[in-house]
Design a protein around this ligand. Sequence first.
Ligand code: PGA
Length: 245
Amino acid sequence: MRIYHAEHYDDMSRKAANILSAQVILKPASVLGLSTGSTPVGLYRQLAEWYRKGDVDFSGVTTVNLDEYQGLAPDDPQSYARFMRENFFDHINVKRENTHLPDGLAADAERECARYEAILRDSGGLDMLLLGIGHNGHIGFNEPGGAFEKGTHLVTLTQSTIEANQRFFPSADDVPRHAYTMGIRSIMQARTIVVVVSGASKAGIVRRAFAGPVTPEVPASVLQLHNNVILVGDREAMKQLRIEN
Ligand code: PGA
């Protein structure tokens, strides 16, 4: 694992954006795995700024997002499809038909998971996957206690994730109970994984994920078994992590 220490959120965002833009510059037809959440917002903003300045071109890129709520339409204000458009896709020149998310409105969940796995396979696999980590160690919606060998599947959200995501909804009752997510198997097949973490509230889970035992109880701990992980964290998020760099 390579670790990049950043001072604060903006510094982390810039460092991680540099890594993603280097990927796209070196391989213009890159397949990028992308995430939602608060952590990547600054990074997307930075990449959009570099696009506007002409420094990076996304016209050949394919994107495959990690997850989506079941039951939300792509234009629902809380859907991840909408998040991605507002925070990233509307500001760069990626071709809309080359951006993929699970379809929250799919009638048949099993078929939707198979469709998504086929997208991953047919794209040639993820060159670089951007990941945040939840306070309970989840990656995507792979919650503690789940199996490591799964591909894309439908999950029931844990109470802690519902509570964490409530901030985006009028109330906890409005948070969908189910979501599609790439499984740990799909995640581990990415050639490079970039993990972004920021803020003191992530310090404990960063330590457990990267310096603790590999266990399904901390899904992110499986990343210790991947041979090409880049961790970019700011000072507050990294303050409990003491491992050889
Ligand atoms: P956050 O979410 O970036 O909003 O902290 C991370 C996650 O839950 O995966």
